[in-house]
Design a protein around this ligand. Sequence first.
Ligand code: SF4
Length: 431
Amino acid sequence: MKEAKEGNITKEMRIVAENEKLEPEFIRRGISKGRIIIPKSNRRELNPPIGIGKGLFVKINANVGSSKKVFDPEEELAKAQIAEKYGADTLMDLSTGIKESDVIQIRRKILENTNIPLGTVPIYQSALRAIETKGAIIHMDEDDLFNVVEEQAKEGVDFFTIHAGVTREIIDYLVDHPRMMGVVSRGGTFLAAWILHHEQENPFNKKYDYLLEMAQEYDFTLSLGDGMRPGGIFDSTDYPQIRELMEISTLVKRAWNNNVQVMVEGPGHIPAHEIEQNIKIQKSLCDEAPFYVLGPLVTDIAPGYDEIVSAIGGTMAGLAGADYLCYVTPSEHLGLPNREEVKRGVIASKIAAHAVNIARYGKRASEWDYKMDIARKNLNWKDMITLAIDPELAEEKHLRSGEKLDEDVCSMCGDFCAIKLLRDALEEKNK
Ligand code: SF4
């Protein structure tokens, strides 16, 4: 951000501009105003660096990571690589585990074996450290919080979710005004419990300037977490959610004043008719800082199909101006996703982002669709399968009824194929 404000166009800005089909100056100006970020640590090479924000294609994130019950570093790495293969623009490692060394091991594997930006929620590791060294999460101290951020930053983590907007005032309000789902953010809950126990302000809020100093040193991006995000549609757009967003808006401006790139995380479970107003409130309060939405999930009744629920919400959020969608898998609310569910989550989110990009940018975003339409018009199954977002699935579905790749019709209409009938009629007329 410092380079951008000084008028310099960096190598990363040029690469982002090329991939976005925009001028490098557009990227530089967006970064200088905080409306575009390139989340990339100065300790890590990315292939390619990506941009998120105003005027850019909507990006998607895939979460991976072990839990205390399921710990398998190779499996989490495989999920990260599947997510990258099917089009995730970034990854977040949300590993927890039995021991602190578990999460370190998984993070290092992902950093070494993937090429896209990696984010984490460092308080998860701080919590494990506190359990191991002091017996309980509640005994976590400021050093546990800030030292872990610095240790992960030294390893090359590109962006950090930090719940600096969870303040004592909001937690006190929640005690007197309980909501349906309480606090569903893991990081938000750790901090809420810490604030209640110690009767002190959130250290990430109190010592935010120290965090900004670290961000400058390692060039990581801050993702200001929404600890008060609604965990069910009945809590959406309520006082704690909006009060936290107001606090975050002040933190955004302090980050910009210190040349630190920042994005804002958002809900969560939001009914469809409230999505647009949520995006507009965030964009207005935070002076168009990039908005990273978690879903949103437009209904709570579809466990097992939440990737669809999230794709609906993500499309609506993108159309209203959201910049970055966090995927949701079919096992959301049920368990840790497997490889197939990670793939389904990425593809669902990718479709939502692509649909928004077409609506926003027309030709700049629809070249892929144009090629697919030409292949369909020509009944060219090989090209249709190669161009499909999931070529293996497209090929399996096309061939399962005995079709061959060089046959022109498919089993849907057979000889009544509309495309073939019209093509034959036109050929006959033109003879
Ligand atoms: S047979 Fe029907 S579904 Fe298949 S390509 Fe022709 S028109 Fe499309």
